[in-house]
Design a protein around this ligand. Sequence first.
Ligand SMILES: *Cc1c(COP(=O)(O)O)cnc(C)c1O
Length: 421
Amino acid sequence: MNLKDRDKKHLWHPLTQHKLHPETIAITKANGCELTDEDGNVYIDAIASWYTCMYGHCNKHITSRVSEQMQQLDQLVFSGFTHEPAIKLSEALIKILPENQNKIFFSDNGSTSVEIGIKMALQYHFNNGEKRRTLIAFEDGFHGDTFGAMSVSGLSIYNSPFEEFFLDVKRIPTPNGENHEAILNTLKAITKNNNVAGFVYEPLVQGAAAMKMHDAEGLNSILKFCKNNNIITVADEVMTGFGKTGRHFASDYIETKPDIICLSKALTGGLLPMALTTCSKQIYDAFYSDDLSKGLFHGHTYSANPLACTAALASLELLQSDAIQNNIKKITKQHKAFGERVKTRPKVKSIRQIGIIFALDLDVKMERYGNLRDKLFKFFMKNGVFLRPLGNTIYIQAPYVITKKQLHKVYQVIEDALEIV
Ligand SMILES: *Cc1c(COP(=O)(O)O)cnc(C)c1O
């Protein structure tokens, strides 16, 4: 029996209604930007396997370093113990994170990094003797699948069985360049009627909302308001982190820096699961005390796994290399030219781009997991390109090592797809 049939017996896949979508594709090999399935078909991974493998799959620089580390130290309790890969990673990260970031807390997935960010914000006030329990978040945000992360997420179609158990969250619209004043008024009203602890947001790009982008100046005025009102700002850079927007972090585009930053996805170049919640000294100091109970009593078994730290370190070296930085610039330029070319096509409603993130909205009605979406997905795969349309949006977030030829193939299948919608 082939893999995809054996899969059906015992496996339950994420974000999948198995009755409607019984088919999976079994991948047996990945290299650079290419995935190979069990029948030998090759696909260009144009979304870097959920924005993780940004330096290409099975990148030798990363795998060789991790394989060396494996012989040396594999796993360690990170409570009361420490190790060089974690120390080196913290030193390398602090150099490139926004300048107010000072401490790094480890976990192992994006949702959890947000969960920890929320707990830091809530306990910050608790430790300071203030009763604050309300959180603010953007409409249409996505922050993950654990309870705190679900609570601040605005894409509620998946969350309805759990909504009554959520944290207290008030929503504001994303800034569009024209609604600054309205948003500030909403914020004033929320803070007047609630004790607000924190604001959790995806800076500049909302990934799961189909790469919805918003205005940096507007976001800055929201962050300034939060600072002035002692509302802890938590930037969820799980998707935007590590070069995707053209800068190392989306927060680099915004004058007011977040108190807390959540990172995962591209952190280890896709090799191993790991996440970080980083914070300013001000946050850390509220936990630093003679009183044991003021500490952050949160910890995951695989916190700061030495192999994952090594993968992250090797990935950071790549991110900062001239080769990758040049690639980011080149891809950004090529996306721009592609955007100019397709934006006047009849089926294209609009395009948007920041750095290597490119999105195109189709001028058609379509459901997030509906028939047209399935038809498009199948069309792309049949033509050797892995793209995952979201709603009526087709987006590209390919590895930084994608070749010109591969990228042109991605553009070509998208243009061809315009003929079938
Ligand atoms: C993917 C994502 C998460 C959740 O990360 P997981 O590792 O899937 O738990 C949280 N926030 C953002 C912005 C994401 O893109």
